[in-house]
Design a protein around this ligand. Structure first.
Ligand code: GDD
Ligand code: MN
Length: 372
């Protein structure tokens, strides 16, 4: 038995920093930002020409429903074009799109077939080269939009200071769990609060809209890293435009039935790639946005390692030196695993850690398909 030692002190400090940073940030975001007015002059009558880009890879089971979903949007059809880019799917996805197009001849839909699969961002760039819209919207096959989603999104572009708009997400489908619901709730609150402060650096490709001229200024979607959506929004915000996820634009995302952990780890890999290589600001950076970028980068890239370090130091001290202080610090951490919110947080940290390690050998810019 020994009294408190250096391992204990560093272990406890690392643990306190790990939990305090997100808690303080979350509280700050809720109190200071969440209730702020938008300070954006959204215009209900704004009707820009829009191109919706849908990349598809092995989506035979869901694509028809997604096309019907786009057809049912209450936005003028003569201002809407849809570009499906299929990444050489071998399950008949492209054929289903062709057939659907034949039975909806008045709907402006084009199918582009890639000679081989080259990843989502590359498909988006292929579509962008053919798109005529003033606003470019990306959609994923596995997320359904409410009927007014497109109109609600585009009205924000009535303010010339807005460069990008995305959605919040609601988990659905057979893979949905309390874990995913809790994680999504926490994430949605932060996205909304950051949007009100200035811009959020995390976007959702399931419905992400960008001003086309801005997108073209940096050569379209980034093919060298996974988070095409978050990266593009951040670039636009760094150019001095707002990039926001309004509260009333929320899409239903289908959670995979199998491979939930690998799905979350892959997405975490993409966010870590994004936050660990943030581009330079091309414009004087908004003060709040600078804060957001610093904290979000810390939370995604470094903070998970503080938890791991804390547990390892305290466990070593408890096992090798019999430190009561270490045992006293570890025990509440274990007991709290019975509390759902805490458990959700710890699981998310383990996904981020696994993702950092996995990024060392695979960037997952072309990923395997999960069963939905
Ligand atoms: N053409 C083409 N080629 N399309 C692809 C490819 C490809 O290699 N890979 C995936 N897609 C299509 C899918 O068919 C789907 O419509 C969309 O891209 C998103 O793929 P998902 O498999 O559903 O990925 P996700 O939901 O985990 O991806 C999320 O994170 C990405 C960044 O990390 C979404 O938010 C994406 O929008 C986001 O880009
Ligand atoms: Mn998806």
């Amino acid at each position: 038995m020994s009294s408190i030692n250096l391992l204990d002190v560093v272990g406890i400090l690392a643990g306190v920093a790990h939990f305090a940073t997100p808690l303080v940030y979350y509280a700050y975001a809720k109190v200071k930002w969440l209730r702020k007015p938008w300070n954006i002059a959204a215009n209900e009558d704004h009707r820009p020409r829009v191109s919706i880009l849908i990349p598809t890879y092995r989506e035979a089971g869901l694509i028809e429903r997604k096309l019907d979903d786009l057809l049912s949007q209450d936005y003028p059809k003569d201002l809407t074009e849809v570009l499906v880019v299929d990444g050489a799917s071998d399950d008949g996805t492209a054929e289903i799109v062709d057939k659907w197009a034949l039975s909806h001849k008045d709907f402006n839909l084009k199918l582009v077939r890639e000679p081989q699969r080259a990843g989502k961002a590359s498909a988006l760039n292929r579509a962008l080269a053919r798109a005529a819209g003033e606003v470019i919207v990306t959609a994923d096959v596995d997320a359904l939009w409410p009927r007014e989603a497109l109109r609600e999104t585009l009205k924000w572009f009535g303010d010339p200071g807005v460069g990008a708009v995305s959605c919040l997400k609601k988990p659905t489908g057979r893979g949905r769990s309390r874990l995913e619901d809790n994680y999504r709730h926490y994430y949605n609150v932060l996205r909304l609060a950051e949007s009100k402060a200035y811009a959020t650096p995390v976007f959702h490709g399931e419905l992400a809209a960008y001003r086309r001229d801005l997108l073209e200024m940096f050569g379209g979607f980034p093919a060298d890293l996974g988070a095409d959506d978050s990266r593009t929004a951040t670039r636009i915000a760094l150019m001095g435009f707002r990039a926001v996820t309004p509260e009333n634009i929320c899409v239903d995302e289908i959670v995979p039935r199998e491979g939930y952990s690998s799905w979350r780890i892959r997405r975490a890999q993409h966010l870590i790639q994004h936050f660990s290589t943030l581009p330079e600001a091309g414009h004087e950076l908004d003060k709040e946005f600078r804060r957001i970028l610093i904290v979000e980068s810390f939370l995604h890239v470094l903070n998970p390692w503080l938890l791991l370090a804390s547990v390892l130091l305290l466990a070593t001290s408890a096992a090798l030196l019999g430190s009561l202080a270490a045992i006293g610090a570890l025990l509440p951490g274990l007991v709290l695993l019975g509390v759902e919110a805490y458990r959700t947080w710890v699981v998310q940290q383990s996904f981020l850690l696994a993702a950092s390690v996995r990024n060392l050998w695979s960037r997952e810019t072309v990923w395997s398909k999960q069963a939905k």
